[in-house]
Design a binder for this molecule. Structure first.
Ligand code: ZN
Length: 272
C-alpha cells in the first residue's frame, strides 16, 4: 500500500532538523509520500532541500496570511514569476500551494483585497502552467470559486479545497460539479457535534472527489489532537475513512493515488 499526505508543512518552525530526519525515515519505512506546501517564497531554499528526499514533493505558493507582503501584485508578480520559473522544472514541484483566501477573523477581512490579488495571480499561474492549486479557503469559498470560474470558462483549473470545512451544501456541490477536490484531514476525526457534518461529507462524497492530508504540524488527528502532527499520521486519516465508508484500505489507497495522478504531472511521480 502507498499512502499520500497531499498537504503538509515540513518547513514549519515547529520541526527541528532532527524531527525532519525522523519524519523522512518514518515515511520511507511506512511507504508514505507527502507534498510539503510553501507558505512564502522565503521558504523555498529549505523546502527544495527537503524535497530532495525520495518521499517528499513540494508546492510553490504564498499563504493568504503572507499575501500582504506581495501587495500590490503588479509590483511583485515579476518576483513571484521569476522564482517560479527558476523551479518549475524541478521534478518534485507538483502543486501550487498553499494559496487562498481567509476571511474568518475581522483583521483578515481588512486584507481581503490583498489576499484576492495574490490568490488570483496563482490561479493565473495554474491556468498558464497547468498545475493544480492547493487552496486554503476559510469563510471565503464563494470568493475563491468566483475567481476559479473566471479561468475555468477558458480551461479546466485543477484545484483542491484543502482542509475542507464548509457546511454549505451548495458550495460542496459546486466544487464537485466543477471536478475540483476536497482535501480532508485531522478535523474529520474530532469527536464533537460541531464536526458531525464533516463525517456526513466523508460518508456521502464519492472517494473520487477526495484527497487525504494532514496539514501537519497542525490539526493532528485523534488520538493526538492538540499535539504536534506528522505527515505519517495520514495513516490514521485513511483508517478513519475506512471505518466510516467501509471501503477496503488498499482500495482507498488506489483511488486517492489515482485522484492525485489526474491532477498532477504524473511523470514526476517516481516511486523508489
Ligand atoms: Zn496548510
Amino acid at each position: 500500500m502507498l499512502l499520500f499526505d497531499t498537504h503538509c508543512h515540513l518547513t514549519d518552525k515547529t520541526y527541528t532538523q532532527k524531527d525532519i530526519e525522523f519524519i523522512i525515515n518514518k515515511l520511507r519505512e511506512d511507504n508514505i509520500f507527502c507534498i510539503s506546501m510553501a507558505t512564502d517564497l522565503e521558504e523555498l531554499p529549505k523546502l527544495i532541500d527537503i524535497s530532495k528526499n525520495n518521499n517528499v514533493y513540494f508546492g510553490f505558493g504564498i499563504h493568504p496570511y503572507e499575501a500582504y507582503k506581495y501587495y500590490p501584485i503588479s509590483k511583485y508578480e515579476n518576483i513571484i514569476l521569476k522564482a517560479f520559473e527558476q523551479h518549475k522544472n524541478n521534478n518534485k514541484l507538483i502543486f501550487l500551494g498553499e494559496v487562498g483566501i481567509d476571511l474568518y477573523r475581522d483583521e483578515q477581512k481588512e486584507t481581503k483585497n490583498q489576499q484576492i490579488e495574490v490568490f488570483e495571480y496563482f490561479v493565473y499561474l495554474a491556468y498558464k502552467y497547468d498545475l493544480p492549486l492547493s487552496i486554503h479557503s476559510r469563510s471565503a469559498e464563494q470568493d475563491v470559486i468566483n475567481i476559479l470560474k473566471k479561468y475555468e470558462s477558458k480551461k479546466h483549473i485543477k484545484a483542491v479545497f484543502h482542509c475542507f470545512t464548509s457546511s454549505n451544501k451548495e458550495i460542496l456541490k459546486e466544487i464537485i460539479d466543477n471536478n475540483w477536490y476536497i482535501g480532508l484531514g485531522g478535523i474529520i476525526t474530532y469527536n464533537n457535534k460541531k464536526n458531525d457534518y464533516l463525517k456526513e461529507i466523508v460518508l456521502n462524497v464519492d472517494l473520487n472527489n477526495i484527497l487525504l492530508e494532514t496539514d501537519s504540524p497542525y490539526l493532528a488527528p485523534q488520538p493526538y489532537r492538540g499535539k504536534t502532527n506528522y505527515p505519517f499520521y495520514v495513516k490514521l486519516i485513511y483508517e478513519f475513512v475506512f471505518n466510516l465508508k467501509k471501503i477496503d484500505l488498499p482500495i482507498i489507497c488506489d483511488i486517492i493515488l489515482n485522484n492525485l495522478k489526474k491532477i498532477i504531472n504524473s511523470q514526476k511521480l517516481t516511486f523508489f
